[in-house]
Design a protein around this ligand. Structure first.
Ligand SMILES: [Cu+2]
Length: 573
């Protein structure tokens, strides 16, 4: 019999809660395999095994990783990068015993899972974290199906390999309709320690970006060029960290590792694409093989056939392909086109697909500066720079201090934007406006609307919500009443796309004009395009304290995070 701990937390403060759950962390000490003990620097196994059942043990430890001439220190779970595929079944209970063999605190967050918040795994928000040498037992019922993942929520460990896939089979057997079922987990490896990356980002904004336009390059008019340089912005400022520092991985394999996915012609192949990277948006395509999108963030959607899709950090998409005989390149090109992850989808074992070359680096536009409605204006004057810091454009609770270097003057909703560089390609690309939930959502009009600004100072590498940096135990969380229906409008005042993730809930994207649409797609992560807004409806029906943050790892670490508090617990009502 499972003993699921019910979320019955009578009027306890978050500080008190974190202290009290410390007792939970002292769960049974499990025997540790020799390789997982601290100190031994074992070489990482690339790829993952599959773990199933009601009792699953995982051990976090340091390891050594190498691919294509790059190597360095990494963090592996059970010796693998990515860590094990955790394969569960809708309706089962699970106990996950996680042992930390690092010499620093660690954690696992189950990304996209509905669960009691004490098992959500965010140190300082939902639990105290897992101390070195300790085991923490996460225990909860599985209430959903679909493709998810898990990762460390401690420091910058996720960048070092501490993540893995998680798949939940549907109760209704609908997952059996495919001939093959593959994970495509995208990530990065860097030989540079993530703390060193963070330091470099703080001191010099373009250290890791080698595609900056020079003063004479490109086909911009003199006025446009003056505008960009006057604002100290660069139209190729797309990714904070990219190929000079990163090797892009698919299931832990770099391009040099020749990863293969086998199929037999005629088979229906399901690819569960998970963006488990720290900082990289990927453009996914299989040249000449159309992909039918069937799930977004683990939730079934109506079939949409596309040739390419952009996947933000922390999002998942399931696609089905029926490739013809031969070897096809599975291409995960970084959004800034500095590099790619690559694998071969082949019906001939050992036959490597030919990788396409990287496409031209895309360039940011006026819309990315929040000036979508201002095309054709004279950009040469100094008035533009002034309007981009106009405090009158934001509510009084947004702090316009040194952490905010820009306010989008005319942000517009860009749910129909396929992603930077994909609006000009001559094939079909997925847009949020294409997504329609397969299941009908219970319809309720929002009772109120809140607006949250995504703010930053690019040069000082400060990132925040509403100009306020997150400090781990905030006394001023975003408060929702239990079961309250809220419309949340995110306004991106920066020139970068941010993948915003809410823990413990699914929200419904407002991706059309129909106020009575009952098929808005349910997601846990939404990309807010540069200089634009994105809106979702949320029924706050999961009580507790939940992290809400940008899923770009270094943005979250720099403060782009908040706590969402849902109260009261139903038992208290
Ligand atoms: Cu961000």
């Amino acid at each position: 019999m499972s003993r699921i701990i019910k979320p019955s937390m009578p009027t306890v403060s978050r500080r008190g809660l974190i202290a009290s759950t410390a007792a939970l962390a002292a769960a049974a000490a499990l025997p540790t395999p020799a390789w997982a003990k601290g100190g031994s620097m074992r070489h990482v196994k690339k790829g993952f095994g599959t773990y199933t059942g009601e009792d699953i043990n995982l051990a976090i430890a340091g390891a050594h990783y190498a691919t294509g001439g790059r190597s360095g220190h990494a963090i592996a779970v059970d010796g693998m990068i990515p860590g094990p595929l955790i394969k569960l079944r809708e309706g089962q209970d699970v106990r996950l015993n996680v042992t930390n063999n690092l010499d620093e605190d660690s954690s696992i967050h189950w990304h996209g899972l509905l669960l009691p918040f004490q098992f959500d795994g965010v140190p300082g928000v939902s639990f105290p974290g897992i101390k070195p040498g300790e085991t923490f037992t996460y225990e909860f019922p599985i209430r959903q199906a679909g493709t998810y993942w898990w990762h460390s929520h401690s420091g910058l460990q996720e960048q070092m390999g501490h993540y893995g896939p998680l798949v939940i089979e549907a109760k209704d057997g609908s997952d059996d309709r495919f001939d093959r079922d593959y994970i495509v987990l995208l990530s990065e490896f860097t030989p540079i320690h993530p703390h060193a990356i963070m330091r470099k980002l703080k001191v010099g904004e373009h250290y890791f970006n080698n595609s900056m336009m020079t003063a004479t390059e490109g086909d911009m008019s003199g006025g446009e060029r003056r505008m960009w340089s006057g604002m100290r912005m660069n139209p190729r400022d797309i990714a904070d960290v990219s190929a000079p520092a990163y090797t892009y991985l698919i299931n832990g394999h770099g391009p040099a590792d020749d990863l293969e996915y086998l199929f037999t012609p005629g088979e229906k192949v399901r690819l569960r694409i998970i963006n488990g990277s720290a900082m990289t948006f990927f453009n996914m395509r299989i040249p000449r093989v159309p992909m039918t999108v069937i799930q977004a963030d683990g939730q079934d959607v109506e079939d949409v056939e596309v040739d390419e899709l952009q996947i933000g950090v922390a999002e998942t998409y399931d696609v089905v392909v029926t490739p013809p005989d031969g070897s096809h390149a599975l291409v995960a090109e970084a959004m800034d086109r500095s590099g790619m992850g690559i694998a071969s989808l082949t019906s001939h074992k050992g036959h490597k697909a030919v990788a396409p070359s990287l496409r031209e680096v895309p360039t940011l536009t006026m819309a990315d500066m929040g000036m979508a409605g201002m095309e054709g204006m004279d950009h040469g004057s100094g008035g533009m720079d002034h309007s981009m810091r106009d405090k009158n454009l934001v509510p009084s609770d947004v702090e316009v201090g040194p952490g905010v270097d820009m306010i989008a003057p005319m942000p517009v909703d860009r749910m129909d934007f396929p992603g930077l560089g994909l609006d000009t390609v001559d094939h079909r690309v997925l847009r949020y406006t294409d997504l329609r939930s397969k299941a009908m959502n219970p319809h309720r009009m929002p009772e109120r609307t809140i607006q949250i600004h995504l703010t930053g100072n690019m040069e000082r590498y400060m990132w925040s919500f509403d100009g306020k940096n997150f400090t781990s135990v905030t006394d001023d969380p975003i408060r929702f009443g239990f079961d309250e229906r809220v419309r949340v409008k995110l306004v991106n005042d920066t020139m970068m796309a941010h993948p915003i993730h809410l823990h413990g809930h699914f929200f419904e994207l407002v991706n059309g004009d129909n106020p009575h649409d009952m098929h808005q797609p349910r997601k846990h992560t939404v990309i807010v395009q540069p200089g634009s807004s994105a809106t979702f409806d949320l029924t706050a029906d999961e009580p507790g304290d939940w992290a809400f943050h940008c899923h770009l790892l270094y943005h979250m670490h720099a403060g782009m995070m908040q706590v969402v508090t849902v109260r009261p617990f139903p038992q208290e009502a």
